[in-house]
Design a protein around this ligand. Structure first.
Ligand code: GDP
Ligand code: IMO
Ligand code: MG
Length: 420
């Protein structure tokens, strides 16, 4: 099958980067459709670790074209840095295309994030994501098709002046250094000259028609979706399947393989309810063993057992056809493994993920216990190589979500993967 998407099923950081890299070896196109540099996607190959923020993880594969879709918000400075790093560290220069409708993160957007207090109240990444999507919805944003025009700098300064007025001339806006931004804009103009600024819908639909292999790499996770997630503790885009329609201009009905990436336990970074959060020994143990520190901000991730209530909700939302279960190796060494199979809300047992974050914060998970295993599993190449209890865990997830687990990740490296 030629079209695949990789979507986070929890609160992000499920290991999408590793799975996207694995599946894109022979891809023609890899497309990002949502978010921007709030994403941190880690790939570990023979040459070491690389963290992607704007670029899709497939950028390590020569010959694979990458598209930053129109649903993204892109920081010119960050993108140029990422491209430079890729060239310096790996000698790679990916063939990059940008959807002309994608929005530009300018230097005032991260400042607005602080002024609006969403950094402290929501625990955002501070990359200007919310304010850029806010400008898009308010119809006062800049798109990449604007950035390449002659009058861009004038329009950018006009907007900045207007914002200074609205916010009462705070120093953070009046002293804003814009030179690095304008330099990066100039570099991107050069890079995008020719045919690199594209109508993503035409381009990718034609690629699919021509039976090229296309992968859509989701960022963030389904429970961070602006519409379906734990609002207001969410990101400002749609990391779910519908995001492909609006964020790449390709109908989700064209995506045959819809792979939900499920971490073998739950993590969350930033604020907001997380019913299975464990603030005791287990949470700490998972954080240390799993290296659960943010790939973008370095913040410690909140950790706890798998939450089937959230997962069943996001499995339906995205109509996953396959599951990639990641970080199974991290669970080695636990005597027993707890999994949440329901919640109690004000004394009533519920099995549906509540739409209200206030309700979710009051939910007490109900747990069932599965057997643990002692052995390390990182060398396993087939399911049969796993201890029985680990295999039972994989089968349990598959049965509960009613979707085949087609990939089991047992380590960071590309090679540490079981493909069924
Ligand atoms: P993403 O945002 O979904 O791409 O995930 P991140 O890259 O932010 O976080 C996943 C982290 O787990 C990274 O450090 C990966 O290198 C690492 N990782 C991915 N899969 C596995 C796995 O199966 N086992 C272990 N131990 N680490 C993994
Ligand atoms: P990847 O693609 C985990 C979280 C932030 C915050 C909320 C809103 O690596 O899985 P934002 O800066 O987007 O306005 O922050 O969303 N968040 C992520 N958490 N992984 C991510 O991306 C995230 N991107 C945003 O921590 O709680
Ligand atoms: Mg990440």
């Amino acid at each position: 099958m030629s079209t695949t998407t990789i979507i986070g099923s929890q609160w992000g950081d499920e290991g999408k980067g590793k799975i996207a890299d694995l599946l894109s070896e022979d891809a023609d196109w890899v497309v990002r459709f949502n978010g921007g540099p709030n994403a941190g996607h880690t790939v570990v190959d023979e040459e070491g670790e690389f963290k992607f923020h704007h670029l899709p993880s497939a950028s390590l594969h020569e010959g694979c074209k990458v598209l930053l879709g129109p649903g993204m918000v892109i920081n010119p400075v960050g993108l140029v840095e990422e491209l430079d790093q890729l060239q310096a560290k790996r000698g790679l220069k990916p063939e990059i295309f940008i959807g002309s409708r994608a929005h530009v993160i300018t230097p005032y957007h991260p400042v607005l994030e602080v002024l609006e207090k969403s950094k402290e109240e929501v625990g955002t990444t501070g990359r200007g994501i919310g304010p850029t999507y806010q400008d898009k919805a308010a119809r006062s944003g800049f798109r990449f098709m604007d950035l390449v025009k002659e009058d861009f700098e004038d329009r950018f300064r006009e907007r900045l002046d207007r914002l200074k007025g609205i916010w009462g001339d705070p120093e953070s806006l009046t002293d804003l250094d814009t030179s690095e931004f304008l330099d990066a804009v100039a570099r991107l103009r050069e890079l995008l000259s020719g045919d690199r600024l594209v109508n993503s819908s035409t381009l990718i639909n034609a690629a699919i028609d021509g039976e090229e292999k296309v992968i859509f790499e989701g960022a963030q996770g389904s429970l961070l979706d602006i519409d379906m997630g734990t609002y207001p503790f969410v990101t400002s885009s749609n990391p779910t399947i519908g995001g492909i329609g609006t964020g790449a201009g390709v109908s989700p009905t064209r995506v045959e393989r819809r792979i939900g990436v499920v971490k073998a336990y739950t993590t969350r970074v930033g604020k907001g309810p997380m019913p299975t959060e464990n603030n005791e020994e287990l949470g700490e143990w998972l954080r240390e063993k799993g290296g659960e520190y943010g790939a973008t901000t370095g913040r410690p991730r909140r950790c706890g057992p798998l939450d089937l209530v959230g997962l069943k909700f996001t499995t339906k939302l995205n109509d996953f056809t396959e599951i990639a279960l990641t970080k199974l190796d991290v669970l080695s060494g636990l005597d027993e493994i707890k999994v949440a199979n329901g919640y109690r809300l004000d004394g009533d047992k519920i099995t549906e993920f509540p739409p209200s974050s206030e309700d979710l914060a009051r939910c007490e998970p109900t747990y069932m216990t599965l057997g643990g295993w002692e052995e390390e599993v990182t060398d396993a190449k087939n399911l049969e190589d796993l201890p029985t209890a680990a295999r039972d865990y994989v089968n349990f997830v598959e049965a509960e979500l009613d979707v085949p687990v087609s990939i089991v990740s047992v380590g960071k490296k590309r090679s540490e993967t079981i493909v069924r």
